[in-house]
Ligand binder design. Structure first.
Ligand code: GLY
Ligand code: MN
Length: 462
């Protein structure tokens, strides 16, 4: 945990932003896999971690901003639980670590909430994303599951986002700790991905590194020679000479801050000439995007610039044609780059996405586009110092999408469909780094992970 001062400051800041009311934070419970006592690895809710730091199941917390009272609800381990799971500090001792002196048993929570509601006080909460907590909400608040979102507190959502969006130095250090693990995961994958190796062998080794060095992964590892599937969670291909392997992965620090890195590398150790050409287009797009980052710039403008670099590069190769600005304005580049340039990163790999993506990345003036490709941009608004964001452009050759657009003669003024025939088995390339917005520009976080062609080839050969 951070020191109690950090959590107190965060809660005081939240009380100030809210101006009053009772704020309710459900912690996560253990989640059964295949029978009640066989659990997935525990992951605490990120808002709970942010304001209370306590990393165990079965806790809930309340901040009464009217009376300046904070309570953790939970139970000490019974002797049977100590026998099976080991001893644990008492709840009151653990609560003190986060600067809270009042604890109550879990059984008191329903009564506390019912009394608070009947006293006419407003209880603010954000909508739960786990089914067990949605069911508990029915008991606590008498709200049917279908109504939870409309009853959740927009003011609390906006207040949490305004705090969590700006990362402190100690948070950045955590992200960089996770990035140290990413360095090892990525360079191991580059070395290990040789012809004849099955994807799952690399996948297992990557996750093993994260488990061995830290708390594990920040999202299920995406690793495949079929990198054109953006989130490919199948790992059964036997890798062959000439394949490109795409690894999109992240680790968690001890305090659960995430890293998120993508690298694409040649299985045989050397990029072919067409692979190198496309790779350098993606790399140039990423480097130019990173250069543009500074406070006050709209992330959407950086996304669009990145798309233009890709369209220009593909024009040089002969896959696109026509006026670049017009091609990007019409969304023709999205055949190759169908996703957004990046997202916020923090305690969640898509930071705070559970609170609602539009609250995080859009505003009253910056609205989400409906256009294919641009619609997937998770973050579009102005950047501020302390934002941590990913920059992850890509170029993909998705046979089904190409077939569909070709049959519809879509954007034929901008796409050379005939030349694309030779690329249907190419796969995909994405390059991703994690960046902090500083007062004057930006800084790429973590120890640099090889991404220049020669550097990548050197690691693959080692
Ligand atoms: N790392 C997966 C994603 O950004 O969607
Ligand atoms: Mn990402």
């Amino acid at each position: 945990m951070f020191s109690d001062k950090t959590y107190k400051q965060r809660r005081d800041g939240l009380k100030k932003l809210m101006g009053g009311g009772v704020l309710f934070f459900p912690g996560n419970n253990e989640a059964p896999m295949n029978y009640p006592a066989n659990y997935y690895k525990f992951r605490q809710d990120s808002n709970f971690l942010y304001y209370f730091g306590l990393d165990s199941a079965g806790l809930n917390a309340v901040i009464d901003a009217d009376n300046n009272e904070e309570i953790i609800f939970g139970d000490d381990r019974s002797i049977d639980e100590v026998v099976w799971m080991g001893p644990q500090e008492s709840l009151s001792e653990r609560a003190l670590r986060t600067g809270i002196s009042k604890t109550l048993p879990s059984n008191d929570l329903t009564n506390y909430l019912t009394k608070t509601i009947s006293s006419g006080k407003k209880i603010h909460f954000t909508a739960p994303y786990r089914s067990d907590i949605k069911i508990q909400f029915e008991e606590w608040f008498k709200i049917p599951t279908g109504k939870i979102i409309s009853e959740s507190s927009e003011k609390l959502i906006r207040s949490i986002i305004s705090q969590r969006s700006v990362k402190s130095d100690e948070e950045v250090k955590e992200i960089e700790d996770a990035l140290n693990i990413s360095y090892e995961m990525n360079t191991l994958a580059m070395r290990y991905s040789k012809p004849g190796v099955i994807e799952r062998e690399v996948y297992g080794a990557i996750e093993g590194i994260a488990l061995g060095m830290g708390r594990g992964i920040s999202f299920p590892v995406i690793f495949s020679v079929r990198g054109e599937t953006l989130h490919n969670h199948k790992h059964e291909n036997i890798m062959r000479e000439g394949d490109l392997a795409l690894l999109d992965s992240g680790a968690e620090s001890n305090l659960h801050y995430a890293s998120d890195i993508t690298r694409t590398f040649p299985v045989g150790g050397k990029f072919t000439s067409p692979q190198r050409d496309i790779y350098n287009v993606v790399l140039q797009s990423q480097l130019e995007a990173i250069k543009m980052i500074k406070p006050g710039v709209l992330f959407r403008d950086i996304h669009l610039h990145s798309a233009k670099v890709i369209a220009d590069g593909l024009k040089e190769i002969g896959l696109m044609k026509g006026d670049t600005a017009e091609a990007v304005a019409q969304g023709a580049h999205a055949l190759f780059f169908p996703h957004g340039l990046g997202h916020m990163l923090g305690l969640d790999v898509h930071d705070m996405e559970g609170l609602g993506e539009n609250y995080i990345g859009y505003s009253d003036t910056i609205k989400r586009s409906q256009q294919f490709g641009l619609a997937y941009l998770r973050f579009a608004k102005e950047m501020q110092p302390g934002h941590v964001i990913t920059i992850e452009p890509g170029v993909y050759f998705i046979p089904k999408l190409i077939e569909q657009w070709r049959s519809e003669i879509k954007h034929a003024d901008f796409i050379n469909y005939d030349k694309l025939e030779g690329y249907l088995n190419f796969g995909g390339i994405r390059i991703e780094d994690d960046i902090i917005v500083t007062d004057t520009g930006s800084r790429v976080l973590g120890k640099p992970i090889p991404k220049i062609v020669e550097e990548v080839e050197a690691v693959c050969a080692s």
